[in-house]
Every structure is written in structure tokens, then in C-alpha cells.
Design a protein around this ligand. Sequence first.
Ligand code: FDA
Length: 393
Amino acid sequence: MPADPSQFDAIILGAGGAGLMCASVAGQRGRRVLVIDHADAAGKKILISGGGRCNFTNIDVAPDRYLSANPHFAKSALSRYRAQDFIDLVDRHGIAWHEKTLGQLFCDGSARQIVAMLLDECDAGGVRLALGSPIRDVAHADGGFRVMHGDRVSTAPALVIATGGPSIPKLGATGFAYDLARRFGLKVVEPRPALVPLTLPDSEALFRSLSGVSAPVIARCGKASFAEAALFTHRGLSGPAILQVSSYWRHGQPISIDFAPGAEADWLIQAKRQRPRTTLRTALGATLPDRLATALADRLPAGELGAQSDTALKQAERLIADWRFMPNGSEGFAKAEVTVGGIATDGLSSQTMEARKVPGLYAIGEAVDVTGWLGGYNFQWAWASGWAAGQAI
Ligand code: FDA
């Protein structure tokens, strides 16, 4: 008797990086897998990632580069499916890549190659895709799941939630994963936009005057600190250093910027001894972009360094190294690369991603309360968590 075409071993909701990885692994283990997505194409976030070149992993992946209410949760999956495993896959598909900065790996060509690779891998596992197929309902009875999608009904004993987080709704992102998880009794850690530009009130005149300027800084928020570039925008601050600290930032918390990263102690006092006739503006201009040097100097003691006391120069150094400001918000989910928070990990097995209290239900990828730093860490979590569930379903 032919197999019932509506019955599968596993149904995966979401054809993003995590869902496709999970599907290909399970399919190649002989499972009959269906992937359902309301979008008309798979892997839309992959296509736009890394400026179209997909920063697909990072060679420095480590659990402490992920945010989660349980910092230990990601360890198991990340250690069983490593950056090198994904690099090996990319190499097997003949995709050329290069390392940019800070261990970030990008395709030489296009992010399309990563989507094509994942779809080839799904194909090799006989995975069925139902794209452009809105999910109308999910029911759970008799140890199985029944998904009403488009004009079809499909069933399976295993259901994987891989519909990501709500970042960038115009790409089809939704909070569907959270609604579904709650229906099954799983908790959700409050989702917040992360890796997102921060906005500033009008009172932050220094920053407002610098729109378009970029500078290497150390940005700090609480205990988190990142030495990368900051970019001043007409609404606030962006650039990698700011995106990184944004994941740690909460309303009402100050951010601190060191505009002279790597400067020696007493550098202004030394400059005064060596070149007493020079001004603070000129001293700052030696290392900072012109407009930034002018804007900072305008807010510090004027005149020649030789005319300033060591105490005043020391205080100026401290201000430059710890310039504090209070963002009034972020650019929100519309501009956030990822979401911090999500399906609480305490309800999931870190080995398999299966819900502890709902056998057969799994959650992977960005839908889960695990969020990586900027730089390929989020895709590595998508691959690793997808792989872990793909081994289990
Ligand atoms: P993802 O969001 O990719 O996939 C979820 C899928 O579920 C989508 O296909 C969506 O259509 C579908 N879906 C959602 N709701 C649904 C519903 N109600 N019904 C049916 N289907 C539904 N990371 C990184 O490591 N390196 C990088 O270079 C970048 N660059 C980057 C750029 C930009 C602009 C963004 C927005 C994000 C990044 N990221 C990144 C983050 C990375 O894209 C993200 O972490 C992963 O795509 C998450 O993969 P998932 O498969 O979990 O979700």
C-alpha cells in the first residue's frame, strides 16, 4: 500500500536556516520530513545576511558569546555541531569563502549559495517543502500533531518549531513560535530587539551633530564591552560595537563609549609635555575622525595643552574614555537583526531540543531563548540546534 502523502515522520514549521538544517539531517537519516513556511521562498534571512554574502559562522564560537536566561543551555548543541562541521559542508559543496575580521566567515560569492546548498541537502534527504503555505492551525492528539496549512492537512508524531523570532517582519518574521509554544505550556522569555541601532533623545547634541561619522571605540553596557566601530546616525548610534551592546541594553541603562581605545595612561599629559603649544582639538585629531575630534574638543577645556593643569587633562582623558549617554530606545524589531529572549530553555532538552513535557515537540533556532553575538554566531546556533533536533526526530 503506498504511504499516505499527508503523513510524515516529522513536520518542521519554518524554512529558515534552522528548519532547513534540521530537515536535511532528519531526511538523510531516512525520516519522511515536511517543511512548511508561509513565505514563497526558503531562507529569506540567509539571502540578505552579511550584506548578501552570508556570514555563515565564526571560528571563535563559544557558549559565552550567546545570551540566554540559561547560559549553559547552548553548550551541548554547539559542541556537537561545530563551526568546522558547517565549514566542511560548505567545502563539500565547493562554495568559496573567506575570513573577514574577528573570525567571521563569509561566502566569496553570494548568500544564495548557502540556501542552494541547504536545499540540495534537503533534496538528498527526500524532504518535501510546502512554501507559500500559511499555517491555519496546529492540533495535538493521540501522540501526534496535525497541521492545517494552506488547503492541506499534514500529520506527524514530531513537530519542530523553527519559525524564528519577530525581527524584520517585512521578511515574513512573526511571533508565531511564541504563541504556539505557549499553547503547549512552554514559557517564553520576554522577546526584545537585539543587534539593533539605538536611538537618542534630542538632548544628546554631541551625537546628533556627528551623523555619518564612524570611529573605532569600545562600547560598554553593564559588564559587556565590545571593541569595534561605532557609527553615528541621524537618529542615534549604530555600527558593530553599538549593535553588540544593544543586545545587553535595557531601557534606563546608560551606555559608555571609549573614544580612545588603546590610548596609553596619561596620554594627554604626555602630549602636553612633548607639545605644550598644541591644542586638545589637535591632539584628539591625531587619532579620531575630524568631526568627532572637533565635537569632543568643543565640550572639553579649550586652549593649549601647556595652559591646562594635569588634573584637568586627566579629567578630560576620563571623559573621552567613558562618555556616557542614555539611549531613549532602539529602532525596534523592524531593524533588529535578531531577537533576545524567546522560548524558555528550561522547558527544552539541551541534547535534542525536545519539549520536556510534550514528547514529539521540538524548538530550534532563533525561536529559542539563545541569541548570539554579531558575526556568524546566530547562524551557527541555527545550524547546531537544527542538527541536534535533526538527529533526534
Ligand atoms: P528564520 O527567521 O531564518 O526562519 C524562520 C522561517 O519561519 C522563515 O522562513 C519565516 O518565513 C517562517 N515563518 C515565520 N513565521 C511563520 C508563520 N507564522 N507561519 C509559517 N512560517 C513562518 N546571523 C548570522 O549569523 N550572520 C549574518 O550574517 C546575519 N545577518 C543578518 C542580517 C539581517 C538583516 C538579519 C535580519 C539577520 C541576520 N542574521 C545573521 C541573523 C540570522 O538571520 C538569524 O539568526 C537566523 O536566520 C535564524 O534562523 P531561524 O531558522 O531560526 O529563523
